[in-house]
Design a protein around this ligand. Structure first.
Ligand SMILES: Cc1cc2nc3c(=O)[nH]c(=O)nc-3n(C[C@H](O)[C@H](O)[C@H](O)COP(=O)(O)OP(=O)(O)OC[C@H]3O[C@@H](n4cnc5c(N)ncnc54)[C@H](O)[C@@H]3O)c2cc1C
Length: 317
């Protein structure tokens, strides 16, 4: 068997499939295409796609993965992911049900927001703004889930990590939800690789709800005018290098409008790559490499990827 064929073969044994079917019922689908679950609309199949609706269900799957040594990956809203055309081997988890809950508590000087990892940042920011959560505008317009945003330390001028008070995670080694301390860096965190965020508690200073909502609205309008929203993309592909902007360097390298198959460097925001229709992960990966090479050649700056590349990347299927 060739290396490519081996990489495309499911790692789930027939007994794994029957066991997953028995414990998950309709919540598991085998050989499920992942493209519909990513904002780029790109990506091959997962050996198993499981919708997990509670911390108890997640603990059960974690125990199974640990015992059977089955690889797994948690997919949030898929807004920062390039999934390979060969898909992802093992189990891909999507948190739902109780993981989408959001509760907001107003204290005298603070607004506390407790959210499940699968809650959308759009719903969270809207609710928090209505309670006057100061600084929430910097998290507005991020199309991810709470868990994905925490893993990425997503944000703009301020980041989600600035507001986090508590984080609970689950993992194969410790399946029950438990609190952990996380350190936050520019678009990444110290969160262990095998930790799935199950819920978080954020804390904001309490301000005037009207002013907070207005500020958030203005930021959303600014975003609409500066970012391509009509075509599938994954936001900024590269992190900003110290003291500069990736978009400025990419534009100055003349890359705006470059195409590879169905993928194109946006002419509105050079750090975005759009799927014009039918783009493959290979198209996007080729374009990313070309952009990176041209910025190194022109400016001597090695851009680092912000988007996560996952799964199997193959030349031809
Ligand atoms: C139009 C557009 C605009 C964007 N603007 C911004 C912006 O202003 N600022 C910014 O920072 N980002 C931005 N992004 C990128 C993206 O939205 C963020 O990185 C977002 O936080 C990713 O969340 P997600 O749920 O989509 O994560 P996914 O893309 O699904 O996953 C990203 C990573 O997080 C991990 N992950 C997901 N859920 C969990 C969990 N529960 N526990 C542990 N790990 C988990 C995944 O395994 C993966 O490694 C933008 C994207 C788009 C498409």
């Amino acid at each position: 068997m060739s290396v490519a064929d081996a990489a495309l073969r499911s790692v789930l044994a027939p007994e794994d499939r029957s066991h997953l079917q028995a414990i998950c019922g309709e919540r598991v689908r085998f050989d499920e295409p992942l493209a519909p679950y990513t904002s780029w609309k790109i990506g091959g199949p997962a050996d198993a796609w499981i919708v997990v609706e509670s911390e108890t269900q997640l603990a059960e799957i974690m125990r199974f993965c640990g015992k059977r040594r089955v690889p797994w990956f948690v997919l949030g809203s898929g807004s920062n992911l390039l999934v390979g055309d060969g898909g992802i081997r093992g189990i891909v988890l999507r948190l739902a049900g109780e993981f989408t809950a959001i509760s907001v508590t107003e204290e005298q000087h603070a607004v506390l927001v407790e959210a499940g990892a699968s809650a959308g940042m759009a719903a969270l920011t809207a609710k928090a703004a209505s309670a006057g959560a100061r600084g929430i505008g910097s998290l507005a317009g991020i199309p991810g889930s709470v868990g994905g945003s925490l893993r990425m330390n997503a944000g703009t001028d301020r980041e989600i990590g600035d507001f986090v008070r508590d984080v609970w995670v689950q993992s194969p080694a410790k399946p029950q939800a438990h609190p952990v301390t996380v350190h936050y860096y520019y678009r990444h965190t110290s969160l262990a690789r095998d930790a799935i965020v199950s819920r978080v508690r954020l804390q904001f200073e309490r301000g005037d709800p009207h002013g907070t909502r207005m500020e958030m609205q203005q930021r959303l309008v600014r975003r609409k005018n500066t970012q391509p929203i009509a075509l599938p993309n994954a936001g900024s592909c590269f992190r900003n290098p110290p003291g500069d902007k990736a978009a400025r360097l990419i534009e100055a390298a003349g890359a705006k409008g470059w195409r590879e198959g169905g993928a194109e460097v946006s002419s509105l925001h050079a750090n975005f790559i759009n799927n014009l229709g039918g783009a493959t992960a290979k198209d996007v990966a080729t374009l990313l490499a070309r952009v990176r090479r041209s910025v190194v050649e022109r400016f001597g700056v090695e851009l680092q990827l912000e988007v996560h590349l996952v799964g199997v990347f193959v030349d031809e299927l």
